[in-house]
Design a binder for this molecule. Sequence first.
Ligand code: TXA
Ligand code: MG
Length: 319
Amino acid sequence: MKTEIGTDLKIAIEQLQKGELVAIPTETVYGLAADGTNNLAIHKIFEAKGRPKTNPLILHFSNSEAISPYIKDFPKELEKLAELFWPGPLTLLLNKSNLVPDIITSGHDRVAVRVPAHSITLDLLKNLPFPLAAPSANLYGKISPTKTEHVFNQLKGKIPYILEGGPCNKGLESTIVGMENEKLIIYRLGSISVEDIENVLGFKPKVNINSNETPLTSGMVKHHYAPTTPLFFIDSINDIDKTNSYGFIFFQNDFMGVSNKIILSETGNLNEAARNLYNAMHTMDSQGFEKIYIERFPENELGRTINDRLKRATAKFEQ
Ligand code: TXA
Ligand code: MG
């Protein structure tokens, strides 16, 4: 199959209505979208990504009202978050109605829903009679795409169309929130920080991002978001490369004076670092280095989300 990249909404609409896959831009990362009510189309997502069927999908809508038929109720705490953060990088787990196919939720009672903040994709959603099921548009376990070229490199030949929407503005996946026994829980750290949610609620939400049993979200899987080149945290000055065969990703500082490096934010801005992170990882991964080293982030705001992703991305290569 030939994979085209373009800005033509009509092509995207046609392909999605035919039950084909289209990669779509969002403010977090690019998504791999299909008609969220069409079982055959949804199956193609799992096939193209090599993703296990036990891993449920997020449904994307143009606004809150459009979600109503697909859920049973909307707890008021979550409704408040939706009002404040949608369109935006917030995913809510809500009790699903019968309209949601079981393959979307992997048989769970709750469905993940979100209204993305990207004008092209909101336009697309408004022109479709169904929500879009969309995981990140990468191969399973690999780094999420924040540019169309990242999608193309991983999925070319497997999907007909990639809708161009420029580089993703946030660069980290959405924050996943739900309720258990009337308590609000964060299930995946994301583009909205714990502090952002705490500020709105007036108390610290519970964070449950690791699962020893069957992972509830892929953000809970220990090995994830990984490049092909072995990736390690910089732990000491001894990690400096003497042979020039390692690549380095720094937050703000260039303290080691090495040559193969990307600095994520010269001004030490966490939003900017988040926006640049996955692109830096894709870029370093394509350069044939023996190893990539990356600096740890401060454990607050988006630094916490970045460290979470990097722990999972480096876990595979731990000796
Ligand atoms: O920012 C994002 O959320 C991006 C863009 C494209 O919207 N999407 C994304 O999807 O990151 P994905 O599939 O790569 O990650 C979604 C996570 C998965 O870890 C999945 O297990 C979890 O959401 N999830 C989806 N439905 C769920 C459900 N019903 N219950 C629990 N977890 C769920
Ligand atoms: Mg993903």
